[in-house]
Ligand binder design. Structure first.
Ligand code: GLU
Length: 607
């Protein structure tokens, strides 16, 4: 799940590998390590903790032009020096770094131990080094292929061998691996962020594909040794897009980028003349769209919450029954797949393992899936029948912000498009377009409220717990607001439909527990005011996130955060922004590690 970097060329591999690891730090990790090969053999250095700790333990004369490096996010075995990658075989000639989970590692380890292999770690990954050793008869690439045939589970791996100091062998199954092509040098990484500084020319490995990489080039085969052919792609963004610039945190940078990101998501997709949206990648004719009887959106975490908001938009505008489900649940419950249901998979990275598995389950059963994905060329983007790219630009902070708003815009575009082949009139479509066009500027207006939001965050940051409530399309905003606060400030936060308050959570409302009420001006405004009264009657502090215009409100609540008015169906986009900033400011005030919150990782490529 975490980071892999590899280099083959003529430059000093150590500094390139360490710089690459630093660029993957954002993904969250608990240990780091590096393996270098040179004419004098293989050397491995690894340690639990930060990359800086690894750097401090590296000997000065640590040289080599070929190497692999890793940041680990422990799944099997505690974070420790011994469990850090790379892992070695018994001979000390073969070093492996691995992202993912070897599911059958217990059986593999037992049979390798029975055959005399000595293990030094508690990880699932170490079996890979011993499997390659057991299969090795002079050809590393062949040994890796053979070893992987015995493996069940997910992997992105890179392997070096002290006896072949000129190459890296890499492979993937379910965990991304990308090769970066340079001038007589090659890079390998689990994420383009690690190599965009060096090259824009890349090749994504496919599942069950193995690459033998040398400075002069690479070749790829399947696990069964069938050659495969790859055509290089160009990375969509320059390396500046992956830099934090002058901002103290990636998360803040990405929150502030939202006006531009929204503009990019909408660019070229609005057709004011016919009041509809152009979505070139859908691969569905108007007739196909007419046949759709149901829409199901699948995603995990914030992508799932964005899906709930998107389902509301679809049902409201296109009048198609729509809902969202956690992809992590969907994939395991043997779902009934219907021919006339449109499945939509949402993932920022396009590599979320649970969402990818859900996509495969739908397609295996003959269903049709669209992807709403940020990363061009990612696994989900490639495996869906069609899709809508977010164009939000690289999102680096673990806590998603601009990808959330971009997803809402993508679902709004899809809802408009589907609505216009059905009951939505051209007039209504045009009204919606006029509202969409204003969104980037309105987001900018919300961002100007940062001082006010910071004051609210300061006021409530020491509370142990908070509630977030909202009705219908405001409910997913509440879910996302609570999620952001939990993720980065570690304040316990729960979201409920406002209507559910009296069915349980009200028991916990007290002067100590703030309730954040997402309060769009819609048909249910008065009902939400009643929910506020319920909280006030228990002397619970109330913070309303709402639009200007109701003078009475200030007397009923403790704090008000305002966002401009828009079409009610789009209000979730604007109402989310203050809650992102609120979580950010609370986390900063509490001294949290905003970009790398504990226990979390960006792009969850394990189950
Ligand atoms: N499952 C492996 C471990 O626990 C790999 C973890 C990772 O992807 O970083 O070591």
């Amino acid at each position: 799940m975490c980071g892999i970097v590899g280099y083959v060329g003529r430059q000093d591999a150590v500094s390139l590998l360490l710089a690459g690891l630093h660029r993957l730090e954002y993904r969250g990790y608990d240990s780091a390590g590096v393996a270098l090969v040179s004419r004098s053999g293989l050397r491995v250095h690894k340690s639990a903790g930060r990359i800086q700790r690894l750097e401090a333990t590296l000997p000065k004369r640590c040289k080599g032009n070929v190497g692999i490096a890793h940041t680990r996010w422990a799944t099997h075995g505690e974070p420790s020096d011994a469990n850090a990658h790379p892992h070695l075989d018994c001979s000390g000639e073969i070093a492996v770094v691995h992202n993912g989970i070897v599911e059958n590692y217990r059986e593999l380890r037992a049979s390798l131990e029975a055959a005399g292999h000595a293990f030094r770690s508690d990880t699932d990954s170490e079996v890979l080094a011993h499997l390659v050793e057991a299969a090795y008869r002079g050809d590393l690439e062949q040994a890796v292929r053979e070893a992987l045939l015995a493996v069940q589970g997910t992997y992105g791996i890179a392997v070096v061998d002290g006896r072949h100091p000129d190459r890296i062998v890499a492979a993937r199954n379910g965990s991304p691996v990308v090769i970066g092509i340079g001038e007589r040098e090659m890079f390998v990484a689990s994420d383009v962020a690690a190599l965009v500084r060096h090259t824009q020319k890349i090749v994504y490995l496919d599942d069950r594909e193995v690459a033998a990489i040398e400075a002069s080039g690479f070749r790829t085969t399947t696990l069964e040794d069938e050659p495969t052919s790859k055509s290089p792609a160009t990375v969509a963004w320059g390396h500046e897009a992956y830099d934090r610039g002058a901002h103290p945190h990636f998360m803040l940078k990405e929150i502030l980028e939202q006006p531009d990101a929204c503009e990019r998501t909408l660019k070229g997709r609005l057709d004011a003349q016919f009041g509809t949206a152009h979505l070139g990648g859908l691969n569905l004719s108007a007739r196909d769209l007419l046949d759709i009887r149901r829409v199901k959106i699948l995603g995990c975490g914030s992508a799932y919450y964005a899906g709930i908001a998107g389902a509301h938009m679809l049902e409201t505008l296109a009048r198609i029954p729509s809902d969202a489900e956690a992809a992590s649940e969907f994939r395991y419950r043997n779902p009934v797949i219907e021919k006339d249901t449109l499945y939509v998979a949402v993932s920022q990275s396009g590599e979320t393992a649970d969402t990818l598995a859900a996509v495969r389950e739908v397609r295996r059963k003959g269903g049709r899936v669209l992807g709403i994905v940020n990363t061009v060329g990612s696994s989900i983007a490639r495996e869906c029948d069609g899709g809508i790219y977010m164009h939000a630009g690289p999102e680096v902070a673990v806590a998603s912000t601009k990808a959330f708003t971009a997803t809402l815009l993508c679902t709004a575009l899809l809802a408009l498009h589907l609505g216009r082949v059905r009951d939505l009139s051209a007039g209504d479509g045009k009204r919606l377009i006029a509202a969409l066009v204003r969104i980037p500027e309105q987001v900018r207006t919300v961002l100007q409220e940062r001082e006010r939001i910071r004051a609210v965050a300061a006021k409530y940051k020491d509370r142990a717990s908070a509630f977030f409530i909202g009705r219908t399309h405001a409910y997913p905003v509440a879910l996302e607001g609570a999620q952001k606060l939990k993720e980065i400030s570690y304040i316990h936060a729960e979201a409920y439909p406002a209507s559910e308050l009296k069915h349980g959570p009200l028991a916990l409302v007290s002067p100590e527990t703030p309730t954040f009420v997402v309060l769009p001006h819609d048909d249910l405004y008065e009902k939400s005011l009643s929910s506020i009264e319920e909280v006030r009657a228990r002397r619970g502090p109330v913070i309303a996130i709402t639009h200007p215009g109701d003078e009475r409100l200030a007397t009923k609540v403790d704090d008000v955060l305002l966002v401009p008015r828009t079409e009610p169906v789009l209000s979730s986009i604007l109402l989310t922004i203050p809650l992102q900033l609120l979580a950010y400011e609370a986390a900063v005030a509490l001294g949290r590690d905003v970009d790398q919150p504990r226990n979390l990782a960006k792009s969850v490529t394990v189950e």
